[in-house]
Each structure stands twice: as C-alpha cells, then as structure tokens.
Design a protein around this ligand. Structure first.
Ligand code: ADP
Ligand code: ASP
Ligand code: MG
Length: 437
C-alpha cells in the first residue's frame, strides 16, 4: 500500500479534483488531502474576527467562502443526487462554523474551525469518487491521528487504530483521509501545524509500513533552489533523507520540516510529484547518497543572531553550558552556533523571549543582537574529506556580507547567515555558481 498526499493547490478547484481522482483510482492506497487552497487561510481570518468579537466580519468571510464551495459543487458533480449530497455536506460544515459566531471563542474553538477545510475537501472528493463508481471509503483522521501530552504524534495509537479501520473495509477500492487534523491527548480537535498534511502522510506511511509515501504538489519535485526567489532552478532527482530534512527545515516549503523523520525511521521512500505534470519523475527521497555532490540550497527567514563575547571565556569551563542553558530556560531552540576563543554566536527563530534571554546572557559577557537575518543552507554529500565545496560556496558569496558560517555539525550541510535584504542575491549567486556554471 502507498500513501498519496495532495496539497491545497492540487485540490484547489473542481477541475483539479477531477485530475486528482484520475491519479488515485486503480490502486488500493490511502489518499491524504489538504483543504482546497486558500481555505485554511480563510478559516484563520474567520477565527481572527471571532477572537476580536466581530461576528459580522466573520460572517462576511464565511459567506464568501461558502459561495465558492457551492460553485465548486455545480462544476464537480454531474448528477442531481450527488449535487444534493455535496450541498448538504457543505451546508453542514458552514452551519457548524456559524455556530461559533455566537459564543465565546478560544484556542479550542479555533482548532475546530481550522479542521473544517480538510473535512470538506475529503468529503467532496469521496462523494465525487462514489459518483464516478469508485468504492472509496473515508477514514476520519479524528478517529486515528492523535498527539500525546507533549503535542508529539502517538505512533502506537495511530498504528493500532488505522490497522483496525483498514480491516473494517476489505472491499474498499481506496481510502481518503484528512491531512493536518488530529486529536490531542485530551481528545480535543487539534492540528499538526500549518502545512502539516505532509506530516500526516508520513505518519500514516509509517503506521501502515507503506511501500512509498508520495507528496503531490504544484511543482516537479524539490528544486535545487527556491523557485520563488531564484531563476533557473531545476529539480533534484535524488535526495538522502538527511538532505531532504535539512532542506525542509531550512525553508524549502515543498516539504513540511517534520515530514521526513517518520519516513526515515521506517526507511520508507518519499517521492515528490507534480499534479500538473504527473509523468515528470519528480524527486525520490531515500537512504541513498550521491557521493560528493552539492544538491540544493534553501533559506530560512526571520532569524535573529545573538553574540556573547567574554574576555574570560578562554579559561572558563562551563561558559557554553551557561549560554545554552539560558536558551533552554526560555524554551528557545537554537539553530546555528559558531564559536571563537572569545565568544559564541547563535541564531534563533523564536523571538518571543528575546528580551529575557539577552538580559540573562549579560551575566556572562557582552551581548549583541542582529535581527532580520536569514540562514542560507547548502545541502549535499558534504563530507569533510571532499575537497573544494566550501571554497565554491564562499566564493559564490564573495559580494555578500556573511555574518556566520557553520559546517561540520553534519555531513550534509553548510549554513551561512546573511541579512534578509541580501537573501535573494545570495541565493541567486549560489545557484549561478554551484549549479549553472
Ligand atoms: P502544497 O499546497 O501542495 O502543500 P506548498 O505550497 O506547501 O504546496 O509547497 C509547494 C511550493 O513550495 C512550490 O510551489 C514552491 O513555490 C515552493 N518551494 C520552495 N522551495 C522549493 C524547492 N526547493 N523546490 C520546490 N518547491 C519549492
Ligand atoms: N490546510 C493546512 C494548511 O493550509 C494544512 C496543509 O495544507 O498541509 O496549512
Ligand atoms: Mg505544503
């Protein structure tokens, strides 16, 4: 069995849903769907109005969104019977969303509102398949996808529940399920964070020991640089799990950062494919490395660099421990670290406790903060005994001021910190130098 995940753009219109239906029929697989594109953003907007106690604002967005769905129904289904069923489905979900305009609105209600997008898209796809004679079965994610008290997925529960649910439908042609949504340890509706449908797919893949996890999106695989900022990017055909994880974590939006780990732990290949161009080979992510090759570049925004300089550091054991403990005490993860004999620089992307952190660090040295920075991450098989790749990376960036360089933490990446205003130039220069010359 395979797991096939289709993102928001892939199911973003009636026409796109029909294309997806063609791609998923014929094999008994599990198909994970996101909400139709734009829907989760609208649900966030609705929630925002409700937090601000503005039910009229919320209702305006709700009505506009509902109208769009009624239009999709007219285009997607051909029989009156299924148009009626689909309209009932949509009415049910939008009536439910409207109930939240009348009462207290908290984080709990927001999660319920956010879950409606995936519930609607999967319901619509399931009805469409049934109308076209495919015996598809809906697997409600809220019945098997669960996180524990640390908000981490609970793989044992997920596996047990899913196996049971699959056994209940031996005749099903295929299964449709929701990405993104889950229940938490208290049984409340929750989610796996924005973009989390990729994570759902890989958790499901791990739970059923899938033959392959396919992430279908609007581009032909992982490109060697961010196509939103760089011209002339090309798809990378093969990536190691570690390379893909680094790229996803450092900003390659095509993959949610958490998506790789469950696949890697269970050694399940992940294939990135393009719904608009299904015959394209895309990218295969597996446990195979291609020796000595620089594969791709990604960038992570909104980074803050903090430097702690201490004249007494040279002989001071425990200096680094105190510095790292300070970040730990304020529950702020560190991304990059560089050290010298007199100081240490680190980067964080969560600025929530920045003031307190800086305050505490002043006990240990002089503290300087650089905001609006970007981590540029160059990924590949970069084992230290391959010669030349650091030189080409640094050479590519000879026109760009670089605040930090980090290499050696893994064999898979070199990270560089630059100003966000230099991001586009730095990415383009790396592409020109590393891939296009
Ligand atoms: P989905 O809605 O299917 O989850 P996303 O928008 O989350 O799709 O991810 C696909 C997008 O990721 C692409 O349209 C592309 O703009 C962006 N992207 C960023 N970096 C890369 C990269 N290195 N390779 C491919 N796509 C990338
Ligand atoms: N629909 C959710 C979002 O837009 C989850 C996803 O698409 O992966 O974030
Ligand atoms: Mg995505």
């Amino acid at each position: 069995m395979k797991v096939l995940k289709f993102g928001g753009t892939s199911v973003g219109s009636a026409q796109r849903m029909k294309e997806v239906a063609k791609l998923i029929t014929g094999e008994r697989n599990i198909v994970v769907l996101s909400a139709m594109s734009g829907t989760t953003n609208s649900l966030v907007e609705i929630s925002d109005y409700l937090y601000k106690k503005n039910p009229d604002g919320a209702n305006e967005v709700i009505n506009k969104l509902a109208m769009k769905y009624y239009d999709h129904v007219e285009e997607l289904y051909s029989t009156d019977e299924y148009k009626k069923k689909a309209k009932e489905l949509i009415k049910h979900h939008f009536d439910y969303i409207r109930t939240f305009t009348k009462d207290l609105f908290t984080l709990f209600e927001e999660k319920v509102v956010l879950a409606q997008g995936e519930l609607i898209s999967t319901g619509m796809m399931n009805l469409y398949l049934n109308e076209t004679g495919v015996f598809s079965v809906l697997l409600p994610a809220l019945d098997y996808m669960r996180t524990d008290k640390n908000a981490e997925p609970d793989p044992v529960y997920i596996k047990e529940r899913l196996e049971k649910m699959l056994e209940e439908h031996p005749d099903a042609d295929l299964f449709i399920t929701q990405g993104y949504i889950c229940r938490n340890a208290y049984g409340e509706i929750d989610n796996l964070q924005r973009g989390g449908s990729d994570y759902s797919a890989s958790l499901i893949g791990a739970a059923i020991d899938a033959e392959e996890i396919q992430i279908w999106t609007d581009i032909d695989g992982m490109h060697n640089n961010d196509p939103r900022f760089v011209e002339g990017t090309t798809p990378v055909r093969n990536l190691h799990f570690e390379e893909a994880a680094e790229l996803a974590y450092f900003g390659a939006k095509i993959l949610h950062p958490t998506c790789i780990l469950p696949a890697k732990l269970n050694n399940i290949p992940v294939r990135l494919l393009n719904t608009m161009q299904p015959e394209a080979p895309g990218t295969l992510i597996s446990n195979k490395t291609e020796k000595g090759k620089i594969k791709a570049v990604a960038a992570k925004d909104n980074i803050t660099a903090i430097k702690i300089k201490s004249g007494r550091m040279l002989l001071a054991t425990g200096f680094l421990r105190k510095v790292f403990e300070t970040f730990e005490n304020h529950q702020t993860p560190i991304d990059m670290v560089t050290t010298s004999e007199v100081g240490v620089s680190v980067t964080i992307d969560n600025r929530k406790n920045l003031e307190e952190i800086v305050d505490d660090l002043k006990k240990y040295g002089t503290v300087t903060v650089d905001e609006d920075m970007v981590i540029i991450c160059v990924v590949g098989d970069l084992e230290w005994d391959n010669v030349g790749f650091e030189a080409s990376i640094v050479d590519a960036l000879k026109e760009v001021p670089v605040r930090m360089i980090s290499y050696g933490g893994s064999n898979y990446n070199v990270s560089l910190l630059v100003k966000s205003t230099d991001k586009k130039q730095a990415l383009q220069a790396l592409s020109d130098h590393l891939f296009n010359s």
